[in-house]
Design a protein around this ligand. Structure first.
Ligand SMILES: [Zn+2]
Length: 296
C-alpha cells in the first residue's frame, strides 16, 4: 500500500477512535474495536489475541496494547516514556519490524491501555522514538517533539519533567476516568445522568495532594456540572455518602439549573458502584468534607 494511503487510513481510524471513545466516556469496548469498518472493509483496530496490531497491508504498526493491573502501567518508567517489550522471536522481522518502521517513518500509532477486561482507553497519537535491541524494547513517547531529540534514552531534566507531566495528563488521567466510570456503570453518582461524554472522574482528595492517588476509591463519577461544583466546594459529600449543597447556594434564587441541578441535590444519597471495593473511601471523603465545611 502507498504510504500516503496508509497515512490517510491511519488518520481516519484515529479520528473514529477519538470520537467513539468520547461518546462512551473515554474508552472503547473490545467488540467495537474489532468490528471497525473503513471504506466498506473491516479494519480491526486491535488484534484478536496479541498486544500489537499490524494490518497486513500496513508497513507500520497501527496500535499496541499495554495492560495495566495497578493504578500505573507496568510499561512506564521514571523517564516518562513507555518501555514496550519486543514481541517474541526474531527482533528484526514480523511485528518488531513494523514497530521499527513506525519509528523510522515517524508514523503515529495508537496506544490502548487495557484497564479492565474488554475495555480499552486510547492514548493517541504516540510515537516510537527509540529502539534498544540490547534490552529488547522500544521507547514510546506521548508527544511528537520526542522524535526530534538526539537521545531519548538519556533525557535532560527538563525533557524528563515534560515527559512525566505528559504521562500524567495523557495516560493516568484518562485511565482513571475509565476505571471510575466503569465502576459507576457510567452514571453520575449525584444525579444519575448516564451520558459518558458528559461524565468525568472527580478526585476526592485532589491529585496535587500526596493522598490524591488515582485509585477508584478516591474517585467519584460525576457529570460535568457536579464535578465543577465539587471541585469548587459548592457541593460536598459526607463520609456517609450524603450530598450537601453550600448554604449560600441554597439561599440563592435563580433558574432551573440552580434549582433542580444543585439545590434539589441537597440531602440526596450517592448512587454507589455495585462492587463494594469500588466504593469511595469514607476516610478520603471525610478529609475532603472538612474542606467543604470550612469554605469561606
Ligand atoms: Zn450529575
Amino acid at each position: 500500500m502507498d504510504s500516503v494511503v496508509e497515512a490517510a487510513l491511519r488518520l481516519r481510524t484515529m479520528d473514529w477512535v477519538r470520537e467513539r471513545a468520547e461518546q462512551n466516556g473515554g474508552f472503547l469496548f473490545r467488540d467495537e474495536l474489532l468490528d471497525f469498518h473503513l471504506n466498506g472493509e473491516r479494519l480491526p483496530v486491535i488484534d484478536y489475541s496479541r498486544g500489537i496490531r499490524n494490518p497486513a497491508s500496513f508497513a507500520s504498526t497501527l496500535s499496541i496494547v499495554s495492560a495495566a493491573d495497578g493504578p500505573y502501567d507496568d510499561t512506564e518508567s521514571d523517564d516518562g516514556l513507555l518501555h514496550y517489550a519486543y514481541r517474541k522471536g526474531d527482533p528484526w522481522s514480523g511485528d518488531n519490524r513494523k514497530l521499527r518502521n513506525a519509528m523510522e517513518t515517524g508514523m503515529p500509532l495508537i496506544l490502548f491501555r487495557k484497564e479492565i477486561a474488554n475495555i480499552y482507553t486510547p492514548v493517541l497519537p504516540v510515537y516510537v522514538v527509540d529502539d534498544e535491541p540490547e534490552n529488547r524494547q522500544f521507547l514510546i513517547a506521548l508527544d511528537e517533539s520526542f522524535t526530534f531529540i538526539a537521545n531519548p534514552r538519556h533525557l535532560t531534566t527538563p525533557q524528563r519533567e515534560y515527559a512525566l507531566r505528559l504521562a500524567r495528563q495523557r495516560l493516568h488521567q484518562p485511565a482513571f476516568r475509565t476505571r471510575v466510570l466503569v465502576a459507576y456503570e457510567t452514571q453520575c453518582a449525584i444525579c444519575e445522568l448516564k451520558h459518558g461524554s458528559l461524565l468525568d472522574a472527580a478526585h476526592i482528595v485532589p491529585d496535587s495532594n500526596a493522598r490524591g492517588v488515582p485509585t477508584v476509591d478516591n474517585g467519584l463519577a460525576l457529570c460535568k456540572i457536579h464535578h465543577a461544583a465539587y471541585d469548587q466546594n459548592m457541593l460536598g459529600v459526607t463520609a456517609d455518602y450524603e450530598v450537601r449543597i453550600a448554604h449560600d447556594l441554597l439561599a440563592e434564587i435563580d433558574g432551573p439549573m440552580l434549582k433542580h441541578g444543585l439545590q434539589e441535590m441537597h440531602g440526596r444519597r450517592l448512587h454507589l458502584p455495585p462492587r463494594r471495593r469500588d466504593r469511595p473511601s469514607r476516610d478520603l471523603l471525610s478529609w475532603r468534607f472538612e474542606r467543604f465545611g470550612s469554605r469561606p
